[in-house]
Write a protein that binds this ligand. Structure first.
Ligand code: DGL
Length: 274
């Protein structure tokens, strides 16, 4: 986080290409139950994972302009793809403190590995960016990073196929290379993958540590807000706001399954005008 933060009662802006970023919002609220969240899911334009860097930067800038109208005190880029492709550009674009999900996940992985072999799974965009490998080798020279794009996981999760023989079959194929390389740590480098945690854990085997960047990012955020003296703390129950660019009801239904008590209503936003 860079710039100075001000009003501690202001909300935290969290954005993603769709519903997946709720895994990050959920961790933030678990670890900082007093905080207020304004969430935006770009459901009209997902997936980001197969889009170019320029497009993801353009979309992310529009979302940031929207979130700034909500007077957020900080922004969390919950989407791994947007964090990979756009965070650097976005940080210089606005004076607001901003955090992506890659740094915290990479740090937890290099701390967790015992044999120095780390697997990373994510969207095509995240894996193509090579950012996890670059960050992890800078943090711990000599680590071996084996990366694999798993584009079918997002639709499987959105279909609710968390525990399913089809998911098992696809995951076995995706994970085969990583298993052959004996990675002892696996970064779940996409918003949706924590929802496949038990399947991925079972297929990788007991000795493999699964790193959830959503959890690690919430820890990093709590530290940053605490250091800046702007944690909201517990007080009045916070009223969170949820916005999407399309299919608000579908979002609410999925959101309710991920974080039941929080999502009362989802509002539509025409993000193209921002
Ligand atoms: N939220 C994206 C990510 O974490 C996954 C979905 C998409 O491709 O838009 O990379």
């Amino acid at each position: 986080m860079g710039a100075a933060m001000s009003d501690n009662s202001a909300p935290i802006g969290v954005f993603d290409s769709g519903v997946g970023g709720l895994t990050v919002a959920r961790e933030i609220l678990r670890q900082m139950p007093g905080e207020r969240i304004v969430y935006f899911g770009d459901t009209a334009r997902l997936p980001y994972g197969s889009k170019s860097k320029d497009t993801v930067i353009r979309y992310s800038k529009q979302i940031i302009r929207f979130l700034m109208t909500k007077n957020v005190k900080a922004i969390v880029v919950a989407c791994n793809t947007a964090s990979s492709l756009a965070l650097e550009e976005l940080q210089s674009y606005v004076g607001l403190p901003m955090m992506g999900v890659i740094h915290a996940g990479a740090k937890a992985a290099v701390e967790a590995t015992r044999n120095g072999k780390i697997g990373v799974i994510g969207t095509e965009g995240t894996i193509r960016s090579d950012i996890y490998r670059q960050m992890m080798t800078a943090m711990k020279p000599g680590v071996e990073v084996c990366q694999k794009a798993c584009p079918l996981f997002v639709p499987l999760v959105e279909e609710g196929f968390f525990h399913d023989s089809v998911t098992d079959e696809i995951a076995s194929r995706y994970l085969a290379d990583l298993k052959q390389r004996y990675v002892d740590t696996l970064v779940l480098g996409c918003t949706h993958y924590p929802l496949l945690r038990s399947t991925l854990g079972r297929l990788m085997g007991e000795g493999v540590v699964l790193v959830n960047p959503a959890f690690e990012t919430a820890l990093e955020l709590r530290k940053a807000l605490g250091e800046a003296g702007i944690l909201r703390g517990r007080g009045e129950p916070a009223l969170h706001e949820f916005y999407v660019s399309d299919m608000a009801e579908k979002f609410t239904a999925f959101a309710t399954s991920i974080m039941p008590e929080y999502v009362k209503e989802t509002k539509l936003v025409n993000i193209e005008v921002y």
